[in-house]
Design a protein around this ligand. Structure first.
Ligand code: 13P
Length: 253
């Protein structure tokens, strides 16, 4: 059975004690109720809490994920964190192209591509995010926008590189709004991505596509059953161990 993914993106939340508590509660919850074999669980704490969260996760199968990386390996980039730095901390995967990075920090497609290559080059795996705004959806451009983001991110990667990448479709209008894409909306986009856009870009072997945007315990069962949804990328509901643990359970195929 194909791997399914349940990833918690903590964004700019928690403090040191809160991050350690959240990671501890999650690992206890998953020890008591282990995820199905095919489900890969990961958490993406803020940079400054990666090391203490890693300590807590030692011995568990929960992946340590970073929310971003800088495209350059080192140098005069005050405040930035590079891919080799993250790899040296034991980070296994990096999120690139999140819509908040694109909208708030000005990450364009070219920057996202450089970050993706930096993360792969440092030996980590990648979650490449894509998604349209409400205005783009209402203008009937959703598939075109998402297709262009994925083309910029993936075109020309080798089969070995592609094997290290998964995609997260996160419609911007569904992030942090409480509005989830309906199973029909998510299903239509995931089907288009998995059956057309990605096979064209990836020589037939399409990466998994996660859904993100107001995923909650109340909607995980419907989302997990939706065609071509290979898992979920969860923001707000990953900040409470019991909600995220419930989402992990619901993620099984
Ligand atoms: P919410 O689950 O809070 O809508 O956030 C989704 C997201 O952006 C995950 O990366």
């Amino acid at each position: 059975m194909a791997t399914r993914y349940a990833v918690g993106n903590w964004k700019m939340n928690t403090d040191l004690a809160g991050a350690v508590t959240l990671a501890t509660e999650l690992s206890v919850a998953l020890r008591e109720h282990p995820p199905a074999d095919e489900v890969m669980v990961g958490v993406a704490p803020p940079f400054c809490f990666l090391a203490p969260v890693k300590e807590v996760l030692q011995g568990s199968s929960i992946e340590l994920i970073a929310q971003d990386c800088h495209p350059e390996a080192k140098g005069a980039f005050t405040g930035a964190v590079s891919a080799p730095m993250l790899a040296s901390l034991g980070v296994q995967r990096v999120i690139v192209g999140h819509s908040e990075r694109r909208a708030v920090f000005g990450d364009d497609d070219a920057t996202v591509r450089r970050k993706l290559e930096a993360a792969l080059g440092a030996g980590m795996r990648v979650i490449l995010c894509c998604g349209e705004t409400l205005a783009q959806r209402e203008a009937g451009q959703a598939e075109e926008v998402v297709g262009a983001q994925l083309k910029a991110g993936l075109e020309g990667l080798s089969a070995d590189q592609l094997a290290q990448v998964i995609v997260a479709y996160e419609p911007v209008w569904a992030i942090g709004t409480g509005v989830t894409a309906t199973p029909e909306q998510a299903g239509a986009m995931h089907t288009a991505l998995r059956e057309q856009v990605l096979p064209d870009l990836c020589n037939g072997d399409a990466p998994a596509v996660l859904y993100g945007g107001s995923v909650k315990p109340a909607n995980i069962d419907a989302l997990a059953k939706t065609a071509h949804v290979g898992g979920v990328l969860v923001g707000g509901a990953s900040l409470e161990a019991s909600s995220f643990a419930r989402i992990v359970q619901g993620c099984a195929g």
